[in-house]
Structure formats: C-alpha cells, structure tokens
Design a protein around this ligand. Structure first.
Ligand code: SF4
Length: 121
C-alpha cells in the first residue's frame, strides 16, 4: 500500500481564500479539510487530480490592425495550455468577428472551443 500524501491548496472561488488540506493516496483524494463550503471541496478535488484553467489570449486577424481577444469556452486541463497557445498562434482569422463567435472548435483536442470576447466589424 502506498503512503498517504498531503497537498495544500488555496481556493480561488471567492475572496475568503480558504487554505485547504487534501489527503491523497494512489492519485485518489481521501479527504479535503479546512474548506468553508462545498465549492472549495469540489475545487480541491479537481485541482489535485486534474488541474483546469481558463485560457485567455489575443490573436492576429487578417486585414485588421487590432487583434481579437479570445478565451476558451470552459477551463481546459492545465497540462494542455501550451498546445492551446500553439493553436492560437496558428489561427488565420478573417473579419468580421462577433462576440461569442467560435474561432476554433476542439482546441488541442480538449473538446473545448475558442470563442471571441470582442467584436471586430
Ligand atoms: S471554500 Fe468556499 S468560502 Fe472558502 S474560499 Fe472557497 S468558495 Fe470561498
């Protein structure tokens, strides 16, 4: 049987910033303590096993001096951020772009779309 390890994780879901202790064994979460609410428990479990992040960036648009700002529609695995940024650098976008337009589906095989967060007419 492998040993039990502990991780300290700070919850980022609200300004309270609870510092939680996660006990793990064989990559499985045994317990989460020091969280003041359920959201912290959910976040700590996710962060311990498969950390996820939203990605925001800007990309060049053909024929526009202004770049387009964009983001992933939902968080993606932290380990995929490099591939996501590479895909963003490879985008060849054209005008016009509306807020919420899907600029790339299934970025880096994450199953998550890249969407525009501003309008470029
Ligand atoms: S555990 Fe709850 S109260 Fe604590 S920081 Fe997270 S969201 Fe806020």
């Amino acid at each position: 049987m492998s040993e039990i390890t502990e991780k300290l994780i700070t919850c980022i879901n609200c300004p309270v910033g609870c510092r939680m202790t996660v006990r793990l064994q064989d990559g499985q979460v045994l317990s989460v303590t020091d969280n003041q609410c359920k959201r912290g428990d959910v976040y700590a479990r996710q962060e311990s096993v498969l950390p996820m992040r939203m990605v925001t960036a800007v990309a060049l648009v053909e024929g526009s001096e202004t770049p387009i700002s964009l983001k992933t529609a939902t968080p993606v695995p932290k380990e995929k951020i490099g591939e996501v940024m590479e895909a963003i650098r490879g985008l060849r976008l054209r005008l016009p772009i509306q807020i919420g337009d899907v600029l790339l589906r299934d970025v880096a095989g994450t199953g998550v779309d890249l969407v525009a967060t501003r309008m470029l007419p």
